[in-house]
Design a protein around this ligand. Structure first.
Ligand code: EPU
Length: 445
């Protein structure tokens, strides 16, 4: 379990580099299984979710080898189509991408229902509706999703909700199907485009990724490629919000500023001064932020994954702010913990009303999911005095070397527990225990 001690009150200053995007990384790894040849993936973040996905690929029989920090070769030759062990698949949401990837490669897939952060109902009906439209027989029994298709056929699929996961999964299934698949009301998130870019480099035929209509013309074979994943705009947003909230002056490097526009716009509205260059954004926080109203939306709206850190920032902003969450129905659970730190927030349905307090005060708090953990860490940085954050395995799922990056900005954050152990083969010291992430029996292949 990861326990952090944070002594707040320091304005963050300096430069921090963004890692590769978590939600791309967990999609491009399964997408590599579609190729009849090795795929090289660069700029992968060293986080638990990537480690779990690597473990899942290896469980399936894929060869995954390191080639320097952040680079993996994935060879899907020799993979089977079934994951029998629910333990690994249940550890992250993105295990659902194995459904589309295995269905595409083998015409069948048996994958346990996915896990992931507890942020409200997370159905996968739109994924399954799309697979069925393409001719797959879909069965759910004993917590396992089973898909069977003699020949996947292109189909016209309208998504009833704009779903990132369903859009990517259906692109994977369609890439080697017979004929043309049209995905309407598709998600436009940059990682949808990132996966499409990788599939194109593998020889797929896709147009429209990044718009709400994507057309995929199936091809018989896909080949190996090299693909570098895009920077993590949620990680970058978290550092920009933290810098603003502490009245700091920080340059966040290695990012695509356009992907952060909704966050940049809201920070400016709250009183921050922002500058941007080709691959960096500098933020200078005001002495005290002003209240703003935030509503989460699918891209290019304000991202739900940055909502929680923004809520922490607004606890001390002058005036009354509102934050409305439209994507997930359980993303305000961390607010209870903010109250321990002196925040004045009430939640009614999907809206949090945040009344200003002059200062948060340090407290012992517990996070139950990834972005809630980031929000509480940020609240600790803003607070007067010391806080202890019990983050379980949440923060390490999505933030690479978070305490080192914050220390580089002058924050006083100590990890009191042992450092995380990863299945990634990027360092001999990084092993994941079969019994758990915190140092069980060594588990390497
Ligand atoms: N939805 C359905 N049916 C479906 C799929 C989704 O009703 O079949 C609903 C969901 O309940 C939700 C909305 O549609 O209300 C959007 O869900 P989406 O499918 O887009 O989310 P996801 O693919 O499960 C990904 C990210 C999340 C991020 C959301 C929204 C991954 C692995 N996860 O989830 O990331 O919040 O998109 O942008 O890519 C995070 O990084 O902290 C995180 C939770």
């Amino acid at each position: 379990m990861a326990i952090f001690q944070i002594r707040g009150g320091q304005a963050l200053r300096g430069t921090v580099r963004t890692s590769g995007r978590k939600n791309s990384a967990v999609a491009v790894l399964p997408a590599a299984l579609l190729a009849d040849g090795p795929v090289r993936l660069d700029n992968l973040p060293q986080i638990l979710d990537v480690a779990v996905m690597v473990e899942l690929l290896r469980t399936l029989g894929a060869r995954v080898q390191a080639d320097g920090a952040g680079t993996l070769w994935v060879d899907g030759a020799g993979t089977g189509a079934a994951i029998a062990d629910a333990r690994w698949a249940g550890r992250l949401r993105a295990s659902y991408y194995l459904l589309g990837a295995l269905l595409s490669r083998h015409g069948e897939a048996d994958v346990p229902l996915p896990g992931g952060c507890d942020i409200g109902l997370r159905p996968i009906d739109q994924h399954l509706k799309g697979f069925a439209a393409m001719g797959a027989e879909v069965r759910i029994a004993h917590g396992m999703v089973s898909l069977r298709a003699r020949q996947l056929r292109g189909a016209h699929i309208y998504l009833d909700v704009t779903s990132v996961g369903a859009t990517i999964n259906l692109m994977l299934a369609a890439a080697r199907a017979q004929g043309v698949t049209v995905i309407e009301n598709a998600a436009k998130e940059p990682h949808v485009v990132d996966v499409a870019t990788q599939l194109l480099a593998m020889g797929a035929s896709i147009i429209g990724a990044g718009t709400d209509v994507i057309k995929v013309r199936g091809v018989q074979r896909l080949h190996g490629c090299t693909h570098a994943i895009i920077p993590d705009e949620i990680e970058a947003s978290t550092y920009l919000i933290a810098a603003t909230a502490t009245g700091g002056d920080v340059v966040v490097e290695n990012l695509i500023p356009r992907h952060l526009e909704p966050v940049i716009a809201k920070l400016a509205e709250a009183g921050a001064v922002l500058e941007e260059g080709g691959d960096w954004v500098r933020v200078r926080g005001p002495r005290r932020c002003s209240a703003v109203h935030v509503k989460t939306q699918p891209y290019p709206g304000f991202p739900t994954d940055a909502q929680q850190p923004m809520t922490s920032l607004l606890t001390t902003a002058l005036g009354t702010s509102t934050v409305t969450e439209t994507i997930w129905d359980g993303r305000f659970r961390f607010v209870d913990e903010l109250l321990r730190m002196g925040a004045r927030v009430t939640v009614a349905g999907r809206t949090a009303v945040i009344e200003s307090v002059t200062q948060l005060t340090g407290a012992s708090v517990t996070a139950t999911e990834l972005r809630g953990a980031a929000a509480l860490l940020l609240a600790g940085l803003m607070a007067q005095g010391a806080s202890t954050l019990d983050a379980g395995q949440t923060l390490d799922r999505g933030y690479e070397a978070v305490e080192q990056k914050l220390a580089g900005l002058g924050a006083d954050v100590q990890r009191l527990s042992a450092p995380p152990v990863y299945a990634l083969p990027w360092g001999e010291a990084m092993h994941v225990g079969a019994a758990g992430w915190d140092g069980g029996a060594e588990h390497r292949r």
